[in-house]
Design a protein around this ligand. Sequence first.
Ligand SMILES: [Zn+2]
Length: 301
Amino acid sequence: MDESKNFINKKNIIIVGVVAFIVLVIIILMLTFNSTNKNKKNNNVFEEEDNIFRINPVKNPQLAYYNFRGEEYPDWSKFGRVRSNGLRVHQGVDIFAEPGTDVYAVADGKVVDLYVDKTGYGLNFYLEVNPADLEKIKRKHYKPKESAREQLYGPNYNPALPIKYIRYAHLSEVKVKIGDEVKAGQVIAKTGTTGNASGTHAPHLHFEIAFEMRGKGLINRVDPEMYFKIKNGNNLTKDEKKIQTEKSKTQWFEPKGYDIGFRTKSIFFNKEKEEKNLKGLKEEHKFEKNKRNAQKISRRK
Ligand SMILES: [Zn+2]
């Protein structure tokens, strides 16, 4: 009797032990399955974001792999504190493009400013779009990978501000004027190397996204890579890199007379200040004239 009781007790202990072991194994399996599943989910989110239908500013957009001087410097093309060891900022991204490449409206919009900035943006313009259209294509999980100095937002960014301005710069030709309404996918310009891009070894479209049209440095601007999937250094195919290398051997200058017929200042450029200056000049003239007249009169006397 005693022995059989003992036997039953031992059996119970073994059963409890085995059950406990199985439960433990199941828990461990569930935990690992859950975490791999989570990773998968995250990856899916990235893929979904990247597969959203977008109209890119140029076809097959790639960041310029070379800098102005033709040196390998892929970070040079990114948004943020990416130049001169973080001392100089870049207000947009530089998308590699041989001069004369078609430039597209990335969304429906209206041209709100267009001018030539001879020492900076060259022939450039702003498209105002519906912020909701940009929000739709936003890569919400985008993180800068290639450059630690790449930034996502200018320092004054505030999520309450609608992002609605797209800027295209260093163009050689525009097919729009201020006030024009354009449709997504419409060819609106041709790339170039005008303004301070003249003489570059890395022909590109300078492309900005902003929530206000003006602002120094990174103020009012955001990283265009948060909205557009632009191939970076490591992701370029051999052929793509070869083409960029080939084009970097040429120094690309702006065509003469590209600026003829365009205004040389933004329509928002200190209108009042200019008017005041003009008024001041007129008054000065008047004053001088009066003075001369007074002198004449006194001489006559
Ligand atoms: Zn640029």
